[in-house]
Structures are given as structure tokens and as C-alpha cells.
Write a protein that binds this ligand. Structure first.
Ligand SMILES: NC(=O)c1ccc[n+]([C@@H]2O[C@H](COP(=O)([O-])OP(=O)(O)OC[C@H]3O[C@@H](n4cnc5c(N)ncnc54)[C@H](O)[C@@H]3O)[C@@H](O)[C@H]2O)c1
Length: 363
């Protein structure tokens, strides 16, 4: 397979390693990226020199003749580039979040409603071995009907959203869209129905802008960059939480914390009518408990692979889409559903009201 790459930064460097393992015969048809040195890419000088560069998507497609496209620019450009790419009907591997505003999401939905172009949205968590095994156990009915979910995400590298390139609020539009898009996606996947209503709260500028912030959470060189924003103009959250209602009536809570330096926790507790199932990616474990009997079972699934096996699985699925017309593990509709839920959370956190989530039927 010949892949055309639009936005060859840090993320694509990791994905490329998985293409190299998953399909030794693949090649890069060409790259569109305004950075002549591809400074963000984690690749060797030899690899960098071997890449054919194009000034536009059109030139890449006409001259490089790729079989498929990968779009891995930063968040603000995913929608306009995916809309441009839709015209060529080539399979697209699209980075998350698929959009960073309601305006973008509505335009993306309209563009793909009339397109035959297959899209895989880059959601490695739902593709990870642990999450797929959890889904299998839920489908077997081991906890009965799921009625409640509690999901947590303690981000050990949360400082990256304030001192690294992701600090730019104008690009991220906050950490529901940047981070929770993964978690709200895997929750909807596990529950099996979309999120329909959200109430959320966030904390802004209390840790990462406050001069009392402990020194080990601060960048000693440039304490606060101009483009980090303020609580008034908008900035990434120190923490944010959402109450979730799913279409089948299941209720839930999701919490993400970005100042828990060194503490890693990401996973969920699903409460069913017969028992409870909990998993955490960092502990590589799924535990289930039966309410009626003192039975606890633990399934350990260790994975040294990127995103706990999610990235190689996505790459394998994309190859299968391109070569055999297989369906995507996470579709453009899934990408949009997650964005609409994140936008509802963002709106709720700033207005204090419950917000209904725009629904996307399959198209
Ligand atoms: N799915 C995941 O698990 C996952 C993980 C990490 C990052 N991401 C997503 O991947 C995206 C990229 O993140 P990153 O850390 O690689 O960023 P990055 O800054 O390292 O890479 C972005 C690249 O896009 C290029 N670029 C900018 N404008 C462009 C344009 N108009 N056309 C073509 N290229 C352009 C930049 O020069 C850069 O090389 C982000 O949106 C992020 O949310 C997803």
C-alpha cells in the first residue's frame, strides 16, 4: 500500500512504525507538511531524506498516486483537510478530534454524508486489547445489563497540555475535545449506545496559572506562555468532569485530572444488574465481581505495544480497509458522535446547564 501523509509530526512517526511492522511492503507515496525539516517527526535523517514532498494535497494525489491518506496535523486542521480529501474517495486514516468546533463538526458531517470515502478515526483506546476484551465480557452478559459507568483519567503527563505545543487553546479548544474524545468514544462503544445528554464542570487556571503552583509543575524558563489563554478567554482545564446519559438510559460519570503528576489511572467501573466489571489500562487488568457469590475474577492483558495494542490494531484495520474493503473499527460517525458529546460537555461547563448531544444516525 502506498500512503499519502498530510501532517508528518510526532503522532504519525509512531503510527508509521506500526505500518512498518504491519505491512513491510507499504511505502510512503509522499508527504504534505509546511515544515521543510519535519522537526516534530521522530525519524532518522536517512528516512527524512527519502520522503517525497508535495506542496498540496492535490499534487500529492496526482503525482504521488497514493492508495490511501493519513491526516495527522494538529486538531484545528483535521476537518478542513478531511473535507478536501473526501473529494478523492481514497480511504482516510483521520486523527482525533475530527473537529474542534460545532461549526467544523456540522460541515464535516455534511461533507461525509454525501461521500463514499471510507474513514478510520484514530481511536486506539477502543481498539486496544483490554477494551475489546471488556466488550466481549459485557456481550457475554457477565454483569447483566449495564446501568452505570464511572470512568477516570488521571493524566500523569498533564503538564504537556500547558507547557508543550498542546497549550494553545485556539488549536485544542480545551481538553474535553483534546483528551476526553477518546474516553467518551470508548464508553459509548462499551455501553453500545451514544451519549445523549451531558452536564459538566471544569476548573481553569487554579493550578497551571496560579503563582502558588508547586515548582515541580511549572516550567522554570517560561512560567506562562501568552497563548495558554486565561479562564476568561478560554484555556485548557486543570481538571474537568461530566455526568453522562446514554441513549438506553445508562448513566455515568467521567473525570479527567491533569495535575496528578506521576499518577496514572485510566479506565472504568461498569455496574450491571448482576455484577461489576472494572478495568484499568495502566494496571493491564479486568476484574469482575458477581453480586450474589463471593467470586472475583481477574483477567490480565499486558501489552507493550503503542496505546496498549490499539495503534497496531488500528493500522491492521486500515490495511484491511484499503486492501479488502473491511469496515473501520471507528467510523467518521463515531468520530462525530464523540466530538458532539465533547462540545456538549464544553458548553455545559461554561453555562452550568444540562446540554443535549446532537445525534448522528449511520449514513
Ligand atoms: N490518536 C491518538 O492517540 C493521538 C495521539 C497523539 C496525538 N494525536 C493527534 O494527532 C495530531 C497531531 O499531533 P502531533 O503531536 O503529531 O503534532 P505535531 O505538531 O508533532 O505534528 C503536526 C504536523 O502537522 C504539520 N502541519 C501543520 N499544518 C499543516 C498543514 N496545513 N498541512 C499539512 N501538515 C501540517 C506540522 O508541521 C507538524 O509536522 C493532533 O491533532 C493530536 O490530537 C492523536
Amino acid at each position: 500500500m502506498k500512503l499519502g501523509v498530510i501532517g508528518f509530526g510526532k503522532r504519525f512517526s509512531g503510527i508509521w512504525r506500526n505500518f512498518q511492522t504491519g505491512d513491510p511492503d507499504h511505502s510512503i507515496a509522499g508527504v504534505v507538511d509546511p515544515d521543510p525539516k519535519l522537526q516534530r517527526a521522530h525519524i532518522t535523517d536517512e528516512e527524512r531524506a527519502s520522503l517525497r514532498r508535495f506542496g498540496s494535497m492535490d499534487a500529492l494525489i496526482r503525482q504521488g498516486r497514493p492508495d490511501a491518506l493519513y491526516i495527522g496535523t494538529r486538531c484545528d486542521m483535521h476537518t478542513p483537510l478531511a473535507m478536501e480529501a473526501a473529494k478523492y474517495n481514497l480511504p482516510i486514516f483521520l486523527e482525533k478530534p475530527v473537529s474542534h468546533s460545532m461549526e467544523q463538526a456540522l460541515a464535516l458531517e455534511a461533507a461525509f454524508r454525501n461521500s463514499k470515502c471510507p474513514v478510520l478515526v484514530s481511536f486506539p483506546l477502543r481498539a486496544s486489547t483490554l477494551c475489546r476484551k471488556t466488550k466481549e465480557l459485557l456481550n457475554q452478559g457477565i454483569v447483566g445489563r449495564v446501568e452505570h459507568v464511572l470512568a477516570t483519567n488521571y493524566v500523569a503527563y498533564g503538564w504537556g497540555y500547558f507547557y508543550g505545543p498542546y497549550r494553545e487553546y485556539s488549536i485544542t479548544q480545551g481538553l474535553f475535545l483534546q483528551k476526553a474524545t477518546h474516553d467518551l468514544d470508548y464508553l459509548a462503544y462499551l455501553i453500545g449506545t451514544p451519549i445523549v445528554r451531558v452536564a459538566a464542570m471544569h476548573s481553569l487556571g487554579r493550578v497551571y496559572r496560579d503563582s502558588n503552583t508547586p515548582k515541580d509543575l511549572r516550567d522554570p524558563e517560561a512560567i506562562y506562555y501568552d497563548n495558554i489563554g486565561t479562564p476568561e478567554t478560554g484555556m485548557n482545564e486543570d481538571s474537568s468532569s461530566a455526568l453522562l446519559e446514554f441513549a438506553d438510559g445508562t448513566k455515568g460519570v467521567y473525570t479527567q485530572v491533569f495535575f496528578s503528576k506521576g499518577v496514572t489511572r485510566r479506565g472504568a467501573v461498569l455496574s450491571g444488574t448482576k455484577g461489576l466489571l472494572e478495568f484499568d489500562w495502566y494496571q493491564s487488568q479486568i476484574k469482575s465481581t458477581d453480586y450474589e457469590q463471593p467470586i472475583h475474577s481477574v483477567t490480565t492483558i499486558k501489552s507493550e505495544e503503542d496505546h496498549w495494542g490499539g495503534d497496531p490494531k488500528l493500522v491492521q484495520n486500515f490495511l484491511n480497509m484499503v486492501q479488502n474493503g473491511a469496515p473501520p473499527l471507528s467510523s467518521i460517525q463515531d468520530g462525530l458522535r464523540s466530538v458532539y458529546a465533547c462540545l456538549a460537555a464544553k458548553e455545559s461547563a461554561s453555562t452550568g446547564h444540562f446540554v443535549p448531544v446532537r445525534q448522528v444516525e449511520d449514513f
